[in-house]
Design a protein around this ligand. Structure first.
Ligand code: P6P
Length: 339
């Protein structure tokens, strides 16, 4: 018996567009631009060791992090793909200090979307051939179409995201995204350059046995995090759990969504707001987590409800299986939790 042919990402995008009666097709074209850019980045990531594009670009980004050459290249690829299709009026990127206005061409289409992106997350893993990812977040602009895009178009709460997703350049390359009606995963067949629906309706297991955190920072953690880690390591009930930390948010998140688990990047004595950026890392991953039945907070408050104040602001991040995040929040809210 032949299996039904797998649906391609392109067919899926068009089919989902029909779910929105008044859709203009602009979001479909935007998602297609991301699909195209991901294939180009995938090709560069897969040959990074050969071409002279590994290693540092010799400058640093606004985060004060050494920009890896592939970071810069991935950023250029996504900005080009998005700006050439008149599907966005503005782009904010981890690699750019300020947002970029995408002006409409003469009599061109007035786009209503802005995109925030981490073009190559986990880039410190590039030189050692460990998986990396792209994270994207899409909003409808709040200022008048046809006027210059403004900072307020980007500083929107995560609950207002129209769509969010990631590309994971791993043992296989996948796009996982949501437009607010569940989470679906597509795997790239590199021989055809086509993404196929391989993980329909992805769901976080309610509980899990994996915790992902950089325990090298243990002494700098808040007491609540230290107490939660000791809880995870106790020989009791379904514990001890297993520690798995790749150093690429996208990869740790992806594994935890499939197997069950929690990812934590908390505040530390050195970085009171943690490391991860709210707008193009935490918000898109939080929308995916909630759409997949998981939970995401800063240890106290829902990530998607945080009012952004700055483009590159950081927040502590607890994300994954509902019951594991709730247990971690219990320790964070315990009266004993102090630095
Ligand atoms: P650390 C990559 O730079 C990143 O933003 C996430 O992808 C990853 O989980 C985290 O930082 C790793 O940070 O401090 O543990 O090396």
């Amino acid at each position: 018996m032949t299996n039904d042919p797998l649906q391609t990402l392109g067919e899926f995008i068009i089919k989902k567009q029909d779910d929105f009666r008044y859709s203009s097709g602009e979001l479909s074209r935007l998602l297609s631009a991301i699909r195209l850019a991901s294939k180009v980045v995938n090709r560069e990531v897969n040959k990074a060791g050969i071409a002279d594009i590994v290693g540092q670009a010799g400058n640093t980004n606004i985060q004060g992090e050494d920009q890896q050459k592939l970071d810069v290249l991935a950023n250029e690829i996504f900005i080009a793909a998005l700006s050439q299709r008149e599907v966005v009026c503005g782009i904010a990127s981890e690699e750019n200090d300020d947002f970029i206005e995408i002006k409409p061409t003469e009599n061109g289409h007035l786009s209503k979307y802005v995109v925030l992106i981490d073009p190559l997350d986990g880039s410190s893993n590039i030189d050692v051939n460990v998986s990396v990812g792209t994270i994207f977040s899409i909003y409808r602009r709040i200022t008048e179409p046809g006027t210059p895009v403004e900072l307020k178009d980007f500083l929107q709460k995560g609950i207002h995201q129209i769509a969010a997703g990631y590309v994971v350049y791993g043992s296989s390359t996948m796009i996982v995204y949501t437009t607010g009606n569940g989470v679906n995963g597509f795997t790239l067949d590199p021989s055809l350059g086509t993404y196929y629906l391989s993980h329909p309706n992805m769901k976080f297991p309610k509980n899990g046995k994996i915790y992902s955190i950089n325990e090298g920072n243990y002494i700098k953690f808040p007491q609540g995090v230290k107490d939660y880690l000791k809880y995870c390591q106790m020989e009791e009930g379904d514990r001890p759990y297993t520690s798995r930390y790749i150093g690429s948010l996208v990869s740790d998140f992806h594994r935890n969504m499939i197997k069950g688990g929690i990812y934590i990047y908390p505040s530390t004595s050195q970085s009171p707001n943690g490391k991860l950026r709210l707008l193009y890392e935490c918000n898109p991953m939080a929308l995916l987590a909630e759409q997949a039945g998981g939970k995401c907070s800063d240890g106290f408050h829902r990530i998607l409800e945080i009012e952004p104040e700055k483009l590159h602001q950081r927040v502590p991040f607890f994300c994954g299986s509902m019951e594991m995040v709730e247990k971690a929040e219990e320790f964070m809210n315990s009266k004993l939790n102090s630095r």
